[in-house]
Design a protein around this ligand. Sequence first.
Ligand SMILES: Cc1cc2nc3c(=O)[nH]c(=O)nc-3n(C[C@H](O)[C@H](O)[C@H](O)COP(=O)(O)OP(=O)(O)OC[C@H]3O[C@@H](n4cnc5c(N)ncnc54)[C@H](O)[C@@H]3O)c2cc1C
Length: 429
Amino acid sequence: MKVGILGGGALGLAAALRLAQAGQQVNVIEREPRLGGLATGFAVGPTSLEKFYHHIFRTDTTIIGFIRELGLESRLLWGQPNTSTFADGRIVSLGGIPDLLRLPLLPPVDRVRFLAGMAILKAIPDEKGFSGWTAARWMPRLMGRRVYDIMWEPVLRGKFGARADQIAMSWLWSRVHERSLRLGYLRGGFQQLYDALGERIQALGGSITTGVSAERILTHDGNVVVHVDTGQVHDFDRLLVTLPTRLFARLAPALPAEFVQRYPGPEHYGAHVLILGLDRQLIPGVYWLNINDRDLPFLALVEHTNFLPPEDYGGLHLVYLGNYLPMDHPLFGQSETEVLEAFAPSVARIRPGFDRGWVKQHWMFRAPFAQPIVTTRYLDSLPPHRTPLAGVYLANMAHVYPQDRGQNYSLRLGERMAHLILEAPTRRN
Ligand SMILES: Cc1cc2nc3c(=O)[nH]c(=O)nc-3n(C[C@H](O)[C@H](O)[C@H](O)COP(=O)(O)OP(=O)(O)OC[C@H]3O[C@@H](n4cnc5c(N)ncnc54)[C@H](O)[C@@H]3O)c2cc1C
């Protein structure tokens, strides 16, 4: 079979590799110049850094498997860098049970309730009992209103803003249940994984086309036909689309209107990061800082070089200031200099003494469709993988559920899609 794959992120590349290994002729078409999608890197000094902060968990067994399979295991680094919260104008460590038992944000009785609630969520084996429940209703019953307001509401608000109250409990359960305290990182950047996937696919006879955007998907005479922005037309027996459902619907005019209305795909937020390259450490000992104080203009501060050594990046200390926001939010229209001006006073509130002169380099990245909004009606809007267009399959990171989207789950879904495509009878027999 000739199988076309739209999107050279984790999902598309995993599917392409498994199909190529099964002897199919694959052609990956990726709009950006590099493979990797939302996990793509860019050059900082001698190495590559993700445009958006990335790490993996011990439980991310699929990505660990791919890293091994592609011979990159020696670069996989594990550690337990500190997570903290900035609340009421101070940094409070959430690093482990001793920190949580001393947590100044909560009275002692609530600290115990928080830890007991965490243990219960870890012990609940699946999400089935949470059907129809929002985290905003379920969590106060488990841990009490005060624990919810101080510890959980800011997490949900940080990621989902005005939609925080509508987020499914199954999503929050999965975040607690499935994540490890130990974090992993591919030293030298996750870009290496995506480049290695591309090379392996090519070595198996597959083709990878980057910097080319699919513009139209049609079916004709039992084939799937893809028009791309260079004017070329590709013919496939099967096509796997890994783009967000709303983009797929725009590219495929022959999709029945009832299908498009019935399965619009979930709403998404976009992601925005400003990355500071500093000549010194910003916050000693803290890797991940949740920002609970509502008047600060970013939701997370991630000091990457408190996990990886700054020497890997030519001595720069790298700090992400991140946001998830509606895609029409004014921040997405601001220049890098405007954003830096707007964010710098808040960095100085977190780290008194911070001076703009410490910033030796900076970068800004934006991505639409970066975070599906997982409400209790989420599953209703998800289209099936087999679309009404013969031979056309759809799978994207919104199909990852109930887990928060991540490289691990996109890789896993890519493998599943390869199986699905291989199992389907060919139209010719
Ligand atoms: C801020 C942020 C932080 C994150 N942190 C982590 C983390 O710590 N750990 C983790 O594992 N994951 C993290 N993720 C999630 C992770 O990046 C994604 O889950 C994963 O990369 C999704 O892969 P995908 O292939 O499903 O989708 P995508 O990466 O979105 O791939 C889709 C691809 O389709 C391409 N495309 C779009 N339109 C077209 C077109 N018309 N023609 C051709 N190609 C097209 C896109 O360019 C893209 O490459 C984070 C994401 C964000 C935004």
